[in-house]
Design a protein around this ligand. Structure first.
Ligand code: GDP
Length: 297
């Protein structure tokens, strides 16, 4: 009950208004539910959430609200609120599990999605948790990637490995894992491309087979729209163990990141981190209720 009261404050103001109309009602009509669902649909579509995911959520809310009996003592309004909240949590998912232990994490994504920035941010995050991270930069494709990664690792005050003059990302990955073997968390940054080109996928496959990461995270710009599903599918196929987490970047901008949910759904994964700024500290662990209020707000 406490959780639903909290979440009411987080819901968008128009949805809150619609839910408030239910106050004191002893029965909730199909029309009431329809109004609420419409409100949620509007917000989610505006936040770039995939149409079919929105439809699925709407159907679930309608079915449950009309067919399930509220537990004794729960008012109809609180009951609907709980269903809405539970279904929204189901839509966005739980946070990717990243135990604070030794592990290797590989980052994948298109150029400009924010991989290099995220690598340094995550390293900073793990170091604040008391672990010793290292960033391994294998991006030999994008000019300036080495310098940028090195500089950000310095700002994060974490170990860094890269080879500025090499054009062999697989060899860098191999050397980097060896050179940073003392680190607890080895974060391997990979090269992107402007689009899903074959050589990007091939390169990623080779790095993946060399690194054999414990976790592979797909980095997506919050502004990603309809392309998320296709991108996620290609990356998921290229990585032997598949994508097991998503990072959404640039949430400090106007985009709400709902498009990334299609990638989460496609890869059957969850969201690990959110990025909201250009400095190494602008990272937070994904947490369902905060993200839900962002989507609906
Ligand atoms: P990569 O090509 O995937 O490695 O992408 P980069 O890490 O180089 O990021 C591309 C651009 O986006 C850079 O200018 C970053 O500073 C910027 N960027 C990355 N993450 C964020 C973020 O969370 N917020 C903002 N505002 N900018 C970001």
């Amino acid at each position: 009950y406490h959780a639903t009261t909290m979440v009411l404050d987080d819901l968008g103001s128009s949805l809150r208004g619609t839910l408030d109309n239910l106050r004191g009602k002893s029965r909730i009509s199909e029309e009431d539910i329809q109004d609420i669902v419409k409100e949620i649909q509007r917000s989610l579509l505006q936040a770039d959430v995939d149409v079919s995911l929105v439809q699925e959520l709407s159907d679930n809310i309608k079915t449950r609200a009309l067919e399930e009996e509220p537990p004794g003592g729960t008012s109809p309004r609180d009951w609907v609120l709980r269903i809405v909240y539970e279904e929204l949590v189901d839509l966005v998912g739980e946070s990717t599990e990243l135990p604070l232990e030794e592990q290797t994490i590989m980052l994948a994504g298109l150029q400009g999605s924010g991989k290099t920035t995220t690598a340094a941010k995550m390293a900073w995050w793990f170091s604040k948790k008391g672990l010793r991270p290292a960033v391994i930069q294998t991006d030999t494709f994008r000019p300036g990637a080495y310098d940028q990664a090195k500089q950000m690792a310095e700002r994060a005050e974490v170990e860094f490995y890269g080879e500025p003059d090499s054009d062999d990302p697989v060899q860098i990955a191999r050397d980097g894992l060896e050179a940073t073997a003392d680190a607890d968390v080895q974060i391997v940054d990979t090269a992107g491309r402007h689009a899903l080109e074959d050589d990007l996928i091939e390169e990623l496959e080779q790095i993946d087979r060399t690194v054999e990461p414990d976790h592979s995270l797909l980095v997506l710009d919050a502004a990603i729209g309809q392309g998320a599903k296709d991108q996620a599918q290609k990356f998921d196929e290229a990585i032997a163990e598949g994508v097991d987490g998503v990072v959404i970047t640039k949430l400090d901008g106007t985009a709400k990141g709902g498009g990334a949910l299609a990638a989460v759904n496609e890869t059957d994964s969850t969201i690990a981190f959110l990025g909201a700024g250009e400095t190494v500290k602008d990272i937070e662990r994904f947490e369902p209720s905060g993200f839900i209020s962002r989507l609906l707000g």
